[in-house]
Ligand binder design. Sequence first.
Ligand SMILES: [Zn+2]
Length: 129
Amino acid sequence: MQREPCGPEQPAARDHGTAERIGLARAEAALLAESLTRQWEGVVEASALTANDDEHDPEGSTVAYERERIRATRDQVYREIDALDRAARRLRDGCYRICERCGGPIAEARLVARPTAATCIGCASRAGG
Ligand SMILES: [Zn+2]
């Protein structure tokens, strides 16, 4: 793991808003993950109830598809929570506005649009995302 080329910066008033924004987004994502877990359990339960039915029931593939869809969405939400946690940590460490890749500044507008951005727009577009 490469040491991030950054350190404590001047505490700016805008950081309070940023920390709040990250915290809110994280709380929302956690609620979403919870709801997806309940949905997933619901689908699993529903399929368990019909487990005695004909295995070749066309419903079976629909359940599998639905379960896979919910799982994929939940994984995505977990990745988002992970990214938000990393952003909150970078904010505490004073690395929040510094590109992880080139050490250059990340534009404020980019951070407003995407609070989890860890790279500047130049590095992000070179990485294809
Ligand atoms: Zn960069």
